[in-house]
Design a protein around this ligand. Structure first.
Ligand code: PNS
Length: 174
């Protein structure tokens, strides 16, 4: 499958993916069906602390998207539009969980279009995952809650390992 006149239709799905959730995977999988190539790109953000290292996030993404032959994973620093320009990617794909996501996403989409002519495709999140956020998954998993329906199995395994290795103070008996 390719676009008009043999042009490869390419898009990027950028994010922190700390960690990737089933909500992300829903968007990623549907976007992969719309484009010839989809790059899932982990934003290296030196100002934000993360549970998983960039390499761990990248490895998990590669593992959980391995069944798609048109998805590749990558990292980027700086502006997403600079990454798009350098990789000839005209479209950013974003999932919208709720109206509350829309305000900031619209601002970013308009800024990205102004900066570099890069368009943004908004995909409504599957309602099954409209409440889902990586931050909540981390919080619930840290306190021993069941997140097995919310993340893919390799992520669940890592979360459980991490919770066991670094229990919260009360759980550690402190
Ligand atoms: O998963 P997140 O943390 O919601 O992803 C946000 C992300 C990484 C997609 C967004 O912050 C971003 O694109 N950052 C790259 C820096 C950039 O281009 N900022 C200007 C946006 S207008």
């Amino acid at each position: 499958m390719s676009g008009q006149r043999g042009v490869i239709r390419r898009a990027v799905c950028p994010g922190s993916f700390d960690p990737v959730t089933n909500g992300h995977l829903d968007i990623i999988g549907r976007a992969a069906g719309l484009y010839d190539e989809l790059v899932v790109a982990v934003f290296i953000n030196p100002t934000k602390s993360s549970l998983f290292s960039v390499q761990e996030r990248l490895d998990l993404l590669a593992e959980v998207t391995a069944d798609y032959d048109n998805i590749r994973t990558d990292t980027f620093q700086g502006l997403v539009v600079d990454y798009c320009r350098a990789n000839e990617i005209p479209v950013i794909v974003k999932g919208l969980r709720a109206v509350s996501d829309f305000d900031y996403e619209l601002q970013m989409a308009q800024m990205n279009h102004r900066l570099a002519g890069v368009d943004t495709l908004f995909m409504p999140t599957n309602p099954e995952y409209s409440f889902l956020a990586s931050s909540l998954v981390k919080e619930v998993a840290r306190w021993g809650g069941d997140v097995s329906a919310l993340v893919p199995p390799p992520v669940l395994k890592r979360l459980i390992e991490r919770a066991a290795a670094e229990p919260p103070p009360a759980a550690a008996g402190g």
